[in-house]
Design a protein around this ligand. Structure first.
Ligand SMILES: [Zn+2]
Length: 315
């Protein structure tokens, strides 16, 4: 097995991606499933008690404050869900930052046979990085806004369903749809922010390595899949300038002249949301030979080559 910085950096990249997938597709999905089950159960109990001829009516439900008490239970559950998802996502972003820092540090020191070691990351540095409002809002605010909308839509589904005299089954299906949309949004926020934090951890490490005198070039590496933005496909293989900035010089006039330190850090939703591109450093004396392709580390190919071989999105 090749044991150089290029290969080890691609391994680090793979590790961090798997870490993000595990939380986003695991804990976050599970939290939503569990809340949906709680809400459906609450609605089923209500239906069993108060349904008249298979219909749950507004008139029945507004008796004795039943509706308010049901809504309060549902809203409380959705607030709990938001707390859980937000906590998991913030923790994930912190871990992504830290793991990136250490794994890329290892890849550079050991993989380049350099006798250096990188210090510990200050937890406050991580916290500050994770809390940066890169999209204009902090992670907490992004989740808060998303949760508020989920609450309103759920409340609307229940109340409107009752007014229109629909069945429990139909209301339950609507709630499921609302939570399904909400889950997708939560996953998007978690993934975007964790990926950004991973880049920040990596850049902090590169800065430290450079200040230790290691010569390196930062290179943009587009995610090799069909969901990659065309603009980021164009960025693939581009080098950062001496200040560590990447310049967009591709064909889309909407982005022309934009610069960034790395993927997820443009400060523009159209460039940042759900970006899965990475940056990596080519250490002097260790030319790029490997690339993470379809989940494994393989011989290098650039984005157009990958596209030719595996791409499905036809222009
Ligand atoms: Zn990208």
């Amino acid at each position: 097995m090749p044991y150089n910085t290029d290969y080890l950096q691609k391994q680090a990249d793979r590790y961090v991606e798997q870490l993000i997938n595990k939380t986003v597709n695991g804990q976050i999905v599970t939290a939503y499933k569990s809340s949906l089950a709680v809400i459906k159960k609450e609605m089923a109990v209500i239906a069993e008690k108060y349904e008249v001829n298979g219909v749950l009516t507004y008139a029945e439900m507004t008796k004795y404050n039943r509706l308010n008490s049901t809504l309060n239970t549902v809203i409380e559950e959705l607030k709990n869900l938001n707390r859980t998802v937000r906590k998991e996502s913030i923790a994930l972003a912190g871990v992504a930052y830290e793991e990136s820092f250490f794994r890329y540090g290892y890849a550079i020191a050991r993989g380049s046979n350099l006798n250096i070691s990188f210090g510990l990351v200050n937890p406050y540095t991580i916290k500050a990085a994770v809390n940066l409002p890169f999209s204009g809002l902090t992670m907490t605010q992004l989740f808060e806004r998303a949760s508020q909308e989920t609450i309103w839509k759920t409340q609307q589904a229940i109340t409107q369903g009752l007014i229109q005299g629909t069945s429990y089954g139909k209301i339950a299906r609507e709630i499921k749809d609302v939570l399904g949309t909400s889950l997708k949004r939560a996953m998007l926020i978690a993934r975007t922010e964790a990926s950004r934090a991973a880049t920040q951890g990596q850049l902090a490490l590169y800065e430290e390595a450079e200040s230790d005198g290691i010569e390196m070039t930062r290179i943009w590496s587009a995610a090799l899949d069909d969901r990659t933005r065309d603009a980021h496909g164009e960025m693939d293989g581009k080098h950062a300038d001496k200040d560590g900035l990447f310049h967009y010089e591709g064909s889309d006039p909407a982005f022309s002249g934009m610069t960034t330190e790395g993927p997820g850090l443009w400060g523009d939703a159209a460039m940042d949301i759900n970006c899965r591109c990475r940056v990596y450093a080519e250490v002097a004396g260790y030319p790029t030979k490997y690339r993470r392709v379809n989940g494994t580390v393989q011989d290098y190919m650039d984005y157009p080559e990958w596209y030719e071989k595996y791409g499905k999105k036809k222009k």
